[in-house]
Design a protein around this ligand. Structure first.
Ligand code: AMP
Length: 284
């Protein structure tokens, strides 16, 4: 695996690997890798001739009071994991080189960035869009691999590449979970023992909502309320949001439509650590 620190070097390395006519798969990450990230890398490995992963804790997607400095990092370990999965190229730029001192550009996907995580993190998705487009411009992959864990991010990026005619296919991968159901996240290591013990309630409450929908017609408000009530019981966590939205538009769902797909999503703060999770529900 070759490790590249700047976009020019990455472009050169990809060109000399003869990327023309060979399929390139790309997995962008912020590092501190776990099995969720690796499931994306494995899928990319199966489907492509060349696999590129990136590790970059993107300052643009963190708000001023968020956990940029506390975000967990372990480059040496990540590198080993990616080598083990036979990744060809690891792109790991330095923030100050990736964003030159006079960097001014910001991209945003307006509507899809507004609800859910956008409410507490109003600048987050503009940061995500800007970094992803910069990364795509350097890697020029055929396929981009993203996780359902960040479902809103997937919707925003899908819209971005569509609006800007970027020729890339997006593959969405299911959420990989711990044995007790907690969605794997780099941030989980920052939970205290007590917070970690409570954290699976996030998924349990969403699963419960999914089960209720499958049992038959219900008012959405009731289902949302049921998730809310369960999460309210957290002793170490504080609800950021609970939402049930249309899986395509991310607009609040107010009535049942048979055949539609909805997303039940929630975010909870455990101290300064904010965890998100979601389930997709097909309405029968
Ligand atoms: P991150 O490093 O958190 O920015 O995540 C990089 C990519 O891995 C994103 O596409 C995430 O959605 C995906 N990802 C993170 N956690 C998981 C998980 N538990 N299961 C599947 N994909 C994940």
């Amino acid at each position: 695996m070759k490790v590249l620190k700047d976009s020019k070097a990455l472009r050169r390395a990809l060109a000399s690997a003869g990327n023309r006519g060979r399929r390139v798969g790309f997995v962008p990450t912020m590092g501190f890798l776990h099995q969720g990230h690796l499931s994306l890398v494995r899928r990319a490995r199966r489907e492509n001739d060349i696999v590129v992963a990136s590790i970059f804790v993107n300052p643009l997607q963190f708000g001023p009071k968020e956990d940029l400095d506390l975000y967990p990092r372990d480059f040496a370990h990540d590198k080993k994991l990616l080598e083990h999965e036979k990744t060809d190229f690891l792109f790991a730029p330095l923030a100050e080189e990736f964003y030159k001192a006079d960097f001014q550009t910001s991209l945003s996907v307006k509507k899809l960035s507004r609800p859910l995580c956008g409410l507490t993190r109003p600048t987050h998705f503009a940061g995500v869009c800007t970094v992803v487009l910069k990364l795509l411009n350097s890697v020029m992959p055929d396929t981009l691999y993203l996780g359902q864990k960040d479902y809103q991010q997937f919707c925003v990026i899908k819209q971005l590449v569509r609006d800007l005619d970027f020729p890339v296919k997006i593959t969405l991968m299911p959420i990989v979970r711990e044995a007790d159901g907690l969605a794997m996240s780099s941030r989980n290591v920052r939970l205290s023992l007590a917070q970690r013990q409570e954290a699976p309630l996030l998924y349990q409450s969403l699963k419960d909502a999914q089960r209720r929908v499958k049992q038959g017609p219900r008012a959405w408000a009731d289902i949302k309320q049921a998730i809310h009530s369960r999460l309210k019981g957290l002793r170490h966590g504080r609800i950021d949001y609970v939402e049930i939205v249309d899986a395509q538009t991310l607009e609040s769902v107010i009535e049942f439509k048979a055949g539609s797909r909805v997303l039940a999503a929630a975010a909870v703060f455990f101290g300064k650590t904010r965890l998100i999770d979601n389930v997709l529900i097909k309405v029968r």
